[in-house]
Design a protein around this ligand. Sequence first.
Ligand SMILES: [Zn+2]
Length: 152
Amino acid sequence: MNRRKVLISLGALSMAGVARAETIKPLNLSDAEWKKRLPPAAYQVLRKEATERPYSSPLNTEKRKGTFVCLGCDLPLFSSDAKFDSGTGWPSFFRALPGNLKTKTDYKLVYPRTEYHCARCGGHHGHLFNDGPKPTGLRYCNNGVALKFIPA
Ligand SMILES: [Zn+2]
């Protein structure tokens, strides 16, 4: 492989978030430690996959520039540039920061849904749908209580 080809494949890897995800050191705490560390409502969402009441999060109306990070471990998950008003009552994003979320399929409702969680602490954040706006067509429907907003 020549040098140019190597550079291209490395670029493709980081575009997909693969290279970055592999450098994330997992944060593994016991259930008791999480319970101590998190506010009760955030504990229920992040560790027990609960869903907050719609329109209950102040982050629904957060419109400043900045970064939304995981409340459990401070890993940056979304940029304010990708936030949009979905009308659902939950903070919504059409794109996540690359490599910092992982997904799985859950069957809690009748139809399968794509659950997503923090790549570092494993905390549950929300569900991913394909009815979002351009340019991605994705909708990350996130529990506001699981996020912390850091203004730019
Ligand atoms: Zn986390």
